[in-house]
Design a protein around this ligand. Sequence first.
Ligand code: DQA
Length: 149
Amino acid sequence: MTDVLVLNGPNLARLGSREPDVYGSADYAALAGAARRWGSDLGLEVEVRQSDDEAVLIGWLHEAVDSGCDVVLNPAAFTHYSYALRDAAKLVTAAGRTLVEVHLSNPAARETFRHTSVIGGVATGTVAGFGFDSYRLALIAVAARRSTR
Ligand code: DQA
């Protein structure tokens, strides 16, 4: 059974070729593989998904609520303006599950429009700026919280 859904928003399937100076040269498959491996090292069954579609991401957050999964969410550009995704993320934490917002880059050190996260206020916590390691750190936080539940 899946313990953690690792959900990735728009344009993250383009990792490797998308702005490598910002996001690095490793591709999405490498990120997905690393996240599954880190999860397994922590004793977690991790499923990694990506969609460019807001409605699909919202559906996956509903699935996390219904199946009792924790979530690591990189909302990508939706971070900065999607109240619909925020409301769905809130359902996860309101249900008592952990939701960690992650970013490869550090949005606070980039363009002004990236300084706002509408997700952060309903997340359990946020990890940003460590490249792929943001996901590893998020999974460590999820595992730590699960061990005290
Ligand atoms: C991102 C940061 C967002 O501002 C951007 O729109 C992304 C990726 C990150 O992981 O650093 O697509 O979420």
